[in-house]
Structures are given as C-alpha cells and as structure tokens.
Design a protein around this ligand. Structure first.
Ligand SMILES: [Zn+2]
Ligand SMILES: [Zn+2]
Length: 273
C-alpha cells in the first residue's frame, strides 16, 4: 500500500517550477495512482523587495480550470484531486474564510502558517531578536490563535515546520517544552472536526524526521485524533511519495489504523495495511 500524496506543488506555486506532467509521471513511477495537488495561496504574503516573484499568490481561476481539465483527461486511470495550501496569518483569516467558502470546487484545504510577525521564518531575520526556543514557541502560539478562530480547512499543515528554520533546528527539541501548547492546538483541531497531515518533507529538508515530530503525533493520537493525510510537500516532482514507507511505519507505530483522503472537502477513511 502506498498513500496517495496529499501535499505537493506545481508551477502554479511561486516557489515551484514542477510541471504537472512530471508530477503525474513521477507519481505513477512510484506506484501512486492518486494525488491531491495543493498549490500555495498566501493571501497578504509580505513580499520581499529582493524577491518580487515570491508573492505566493494563486491565479486560482486558471488553476482550477487547468486542474479540472487535467483531472477529466486522467480519469479513471489516475485520480487527481484539486486542493490548495492556504497560507494563513492571524489577520488574514477572514479573507481566507471568504475565499474557501467561495470555492467549494476544492477537494481539500490545507491550512499552514508560513508567516509570523510579518516574517517568513525561512529567512534568518525572524530569529535575529529571538532564541530558537522563543521563535518556535511564537510560531506554535500563532497556530493556536488561528485554530481557535479559523475553521475553513481540512487539515493543518506541517505543524512544526519552524523546527527546520532555527539555527539549532531540532537539536534541542524536547516535547516537554511545548507539550501544553500542542495539547491545546490538537485538542482544538479535533474538537472542530479537523485533522493534521504527516508531511515527509522534514526527511529531505535537513530534519531527519517527518512533520510533525512523533512526540506531537502521539499527543494527537492520545487525544483521539483520527483525521490524518500523508503528503511529501514536493516542489520538484522528484520528491513525490518521498519516505512514504517510513510514514506508514510511523503511523502504525503510533496506533493509527486509517489515513484520509478528501473529496469535496469531506474526509474518506482508508485502512493502512
Ligand atoms: Zn507549507
Ligand atoms: Zn507545501
């Protein structure tokens, strides 16, 4: 069993030049017969003057039209679902809600935090006035603020993405330091009927583990979390399905028996076997 890949990007994303034909080809070569494309849409992204092309806007009308036509062409041999990775900031959540509500044609919505304090922590200046631990906590508290107020998504993306960005990455990560905030985040996500993803990009982005860390995944399971998708966060086709064998072991070891796919933003459960 290989999971459908529920987090990947194409050239519709500012930071990807992956061609959809290559995405489909690589998926098939990896034995994957279904993917959900989730290109970026970060409303109000703070564009840097030195990188004007990195605006993370989405030409969604063209995107939906292009993907819908491709989906028809591929069916029934290949099951393409159409999603979006919404980059949320606390102050843009109403705009994000309006967008999601106006577009029921999306099968799947990932909510992700890419910006805190108007800075993408991918850039080192986010940490210029904070220790790694302070920067990480601020990111997690931002997720908590958002999940308490925002409901227009299906799964929350890469919950501990920030661990990739600090100077010490996850070298000193100890769940005890963040247990309370994750307990609250995950409880809120579950109570609101939403889910999380297991994102394998951490494996090839210098962390050596998937997002979220298994100690966070354990809290989700213990709190009764069931909705979980698996995605590679591929930006260049070659990472599609990356580490999915390991993802399967992690899910089974943590006690998950099912993973999810989405159609029309409704979850579908499938046995992990
Ligand atoms: Zn992301
Ligand atoms: Zn992504």
């Amino acid at each position: 069993m290989i999971f459908p890949d529920y987090h990947l990007h194409s050239s519709f994303s500012s930071d990807s030049s992956a061609d959809m034909a290559d995405n489909i080809k690589n998926a098939k070569e990896n034995g994957i017969t279904s993917i959900c494309i989730t290109d970026h849409y970060d409303i109000d992204f703070p564009v840097r003057p030195d990188e004007p092309e990195m605006d993370f806007q989405l030409d969604y009308e063209t995107y939906i039209k292009y993907m819908s036509e491709l989906k028809k062409k591929l069916y029934p041999d290949f099951d393409l679902r159409i999603g979006v990775e919404m980059g949320l900031m606390y102050d843009s959540k109403e705009k994000c809600s309006d967008f999601v509500k106006a577009h029921p044609e999306f099968d799947f919505i990932i909510a992700s935090i890419h910006v805190v304090d108007n800075l993408d922590p991918y850039y080192p200046e986010y940490f210029s006035d904070k220790s790694d631990k302070e920067g990480y906590m601020k990111y997690f508290e931002t997720i908590l603020d958002v999940v308490k107020k925002y409901n227009d998504y299906n799964v929350f993306g890469h919950l501990d993405y920030i661990l990739r960005c600090g100077k010490t990455k996850a070298d000193f990560f100890d769940i005890k330091d963040y247990y309370d905030v994750f307990h609250e985040i995950l409880k809120t996500i579950i109570q609101n009927g939403k889910g999380i993803e297991l994102n394998t990009a951490g494996l090839y982005k210098g962390l050596g583990f998937c997002h979220p860390h298994k100690d966070i995944l354990k809290i989700y399971k213990e709190l009764g979390g069931e909705i979980i998708t698996v995605g590679s966060d591929s930006h260049d086709a070659k990472h599609i399905g990356y580490g999915f064998d390991l993802a399967k072991d992690i899910l089974l070891d943590t006690g998950f028996k099912y993973y999810c796919t989405f159609k029309g933003q409704k979850e579908e459960f499938h046995s992990i076997s």
